[in-house]
Unconditional design. Sequence first.
Length: 127
Amino acid sequence: MGEFAALAAALCWAVSARLFRVLGSAFTPLALNFWKGLLSAGLLLAVSVLLLPPVEAPGAVWGWLLLSGVVGIGLGDTFFFHALNKIGDAQSILIAETLAPVLTALLAMAWIGEWLSWQQWLAVALV
């Protein structure tokens, strides 16, 4: 099941990058991200209401979640869509996926004080 989920995620990533590249000729990166976010939020809300129990969390949790969405999806995807328009989907995905382990390790160090050993840095370099 895990292998199927991984392959399905890779397929969705590749198809969506191609789709957003095509749509990028008709929309600005900001407009494309707005409509993607609106559609995604609507679908996620509908599925959540139908399938999941209500979640009770402190207001601060919702604030952090909102900030995470604004930074990660709002800024990140807008810049990604801009890169798709400028350098194409193959190069954009290559850059994004190559930098993911390094950026994750650096952000973990900065935000939560998680320091990697030399073996872990070697693993990051190998990935």
